[in-house]
Write a new protein. Structure first.
Length: 385
């Protein structure tokens, strides 16, 4: 899977090019900059903030809000740090900007057109402009925001029983259908999904895989304890640790042993070998658990990608796996679960999760699989050096 660029502007540009199959030269011409400048934007090589005119033109061409493009440019030039970029703005600031945008839209106009001699159409400079259908503008903006938020229920979750929510729901149902069938074509934000295999297993209640590995670790600890019981214990207690003379003699003996090691007895060597074998099995077990979670994650990626493809989303879709995410057993990881989600994107993810076999379906126990893998490694022919 392709890695998304570290540059925020680069990410917006790559998302646009992926959807529209645009070239660097063509996009640069439409924005009003050189191809070299566009490549610098894409690669995160900004040294100074682009002009407002160029950023507004880029926002228009990329189909993004100006604020999004401006934040990306500020981030790429170092004026905006990641924590600040992710920090929600104050309600009053967002509200004021929303009112300003809706007010600006009331002043938008449509230029009338007229027939040409060849039967085509051209702007009619003599006709007064018509005001836009502001209600349609607002309705489509609501649909876009709702699609970006994941569905009608998600966007109204703050106070779903209010009269305002009822009015907005009626507008959206009229625009996109009762079952949201026509909602997703309005989405403008890329769909970025990060799958956390261990968290998903926990959230859906499939704990067998984790429990089986806990049992395996307990068995290894039992084996180590059993081996350790065979180590001869020298008579006497630990009273000597309070005697400076005996402590000095002990450290001297340790140094002498380090300088001139005494070969282990056959019994001591057997104990060391047995403990080393248990540790090798533990190492294999840990690597195996991660590999099984990784395989499960890749199976989820394929299933989620396939289910989301059925929605024909007009934006880039990125599905990745995070194996190192910390398990949140207290609050859960927000995994979409069938029966608990309604938005089409969440439902598609939930369906994909439920139809993907989990690692608990693997044959045998984790310990049996690890022991078999070690045995295969030991039996494999070695290449002569």
């Amino acid at each position: 899977m392709a890695t998304r660029p570290a540059s925020r502007l680069g990410q917006l540009i790559e998302d646009y090019k992926r959807v529209h199959s645009a070239s660097d030269t063509g996009l640069a011409d439409r924005i009003g900059i050189t191809r070299q400048t566009l490549v610098q934007w894409r690669n995160g090589e900004l040294r100074t903030l682009p002009t407002q005119a160029n950023l507004r033109s880029a926002a228009t061409q990329l189909g993004c809000p100006y604020r999004t493009v401006l934040d990306a440019a500020l981030y790429d030039t170092g004026y905006l740090t990641p924590p600040l970029a992710l920090e929600p703005r104050a309600y009053a600031d967002v509200f004021a900007e929303a009112v300003a945008i809706l007010t600006e839209a009331t002043r938008l106009t449509n230029q009338r057109v007229r027939r040409t001699a060849t039967g085509g159409w051209e702007p009619d400079p003599d006709a007064p402009p018509d005001r836009i259908d502001w209600a349609a503008f607002v309705t489509e903006a609501l649909a876009g925001a709702t699609a970006n938020a994941g569905g009608i229920d998600n966007v109204l979750a703050g106070r779903p029983g209010s009269w305002e929510a009822a009015v907005v729901r009626d507008v959206l149902n009229a625009a996109v259908g009762q079952d949201e069938w026509d909602l997703w074509r309005y989405r403008t934000e890329p769909v970025d999904i990060i799958l956390k295999p261990e968290q998903i297993l926990y959230d859906v209640g499939d704990l067998e895989h984790m429990a089986a590995y806990d049992d395996a670790e307990q068995e290894l600890s039992r084996r180590e304890e059993e081996i350790s019981r065979s180590v001869p214990i020298k008579p006497g207690g630990l009273d000597w640790v309070n005697d400076p003379v005996q402590v000095a003699e002990f450290h001297a003996a340790i140094r002498a042993e380090a300088e001139n090691p005494t070969p282990p007895t056959p019994e001591e060597q057997a104990i060391d070998d047995a403990l080393a074998a248990v540790q090798a099995l533990r190492d294999r077990l840990q690597a195996q658990q991660r590999a099984e979670l990784a395989d499960y994650g890749q199976a989820l990626v394929a299933a989620v990608t396939e289910h989301l493809a059925d929605l024909n989303l007009p934006v880039p879709v990125s599905v990745t796996v995070d194996l190192d995410a910390q398990l949140d057993a207290l609050h859960g990881g927000g995994t979409p679960v069938i029966g608990e989600v309604t938005g089409a994107i969440d439902v598609a993810i939930a369906d994909a999760i439920m139809t993907t076999p989990t690692p608990s379906a693997l044959p045998g126990t984790p310990l049996e699989r690890a022991e078999a893998a070690l045995s295969r490694d030991q039996d494999a022919p070695r290449n002569p050096e």
